[in-house]
Design a protein around this ligand. Structure first.
Ligand code: ZN
Length: 181
């Protein structure tokens, strides 16, 4: 396995619509190794999700897993998911606002509104069809990652840039709601 290079904001690959994978493409042993490399890259860089275009493959694949780490100390635990060709099939009208960052957007956090609940269809890495619902934190991560497949980053989803903050300032002023400043 290998840690892959991450495309940064400004790289045109982050703005392309990713291509869906065929069963043959997904089952190719080289692509299966690539999926393992995506997981390793996400974990090494302490991301909670990663989309294939972020590691220079404009294909519809995302991985996510969350455990508390130094980038996201308050992240709840969520088991590893590898999703091929994920599509949001439905969502709640109700929105939730939360802080987002991105491995492709260094050193920034900003508040983004997302649907609180989403329904998805996708395939697993063996191309078995999946359909499921997610709510709260995993729903937000899924929306962020699927956006990468559509050429979008979280900055595009911010309605107000006044919350945009560098990481050191995020840690100092926004991480703990109880901190006296
Ligand atoms: Zn991202």
């Amino acid at each position: 396995m290998a840690v892959l290079k991450v495309a940064k904001l400004g790289n045109p690959i982050l703005r392309k619509i990713a291509a869906p994978l065929t069963a043959d493409e997904c089952k190719d042993p080289k692509f299966q190794i690539f999926l393992d490399d995506m997981v390793e890259t996400m974990e090494k860089l302490e991301g909670i999700g990663l989309a294939a275009p972020q590691v220079f493959q404009s294909k519809q694949a995302v991985v996510l897993r969350s455990t508390s780490n130094t980038r996201y100390p308050e992240a709840p635990d969520h088991p590893l998911m590898i999703l091929i060709n994920p599509v949001l099939s439905d969502h709640s009208e109700e929105m939730i606002e939360g802080w987002e960052g991105c491995l492709s957007v260094d050193n920034l956090r900003g508040k983004v509104c997302r649907h609180r609940k989403v329904k998805l269809t996708a395939f697993d890495r063996e191309m078995k069809p999946l359909a499921f619902e997610a709510e709260g934190f995993p729903a937000v991560v899924l929306q962020h990652e699927i956006d990468h497949l559509l050429g979008k980053v979280f900055l595009d989803r911010m309605s107000d840039f006044s919350s945009l903050t560098h990481l050191a300032e995020f840690d100092e002023y926004w991480l703990s709601p109880h901190k006296v400043v």
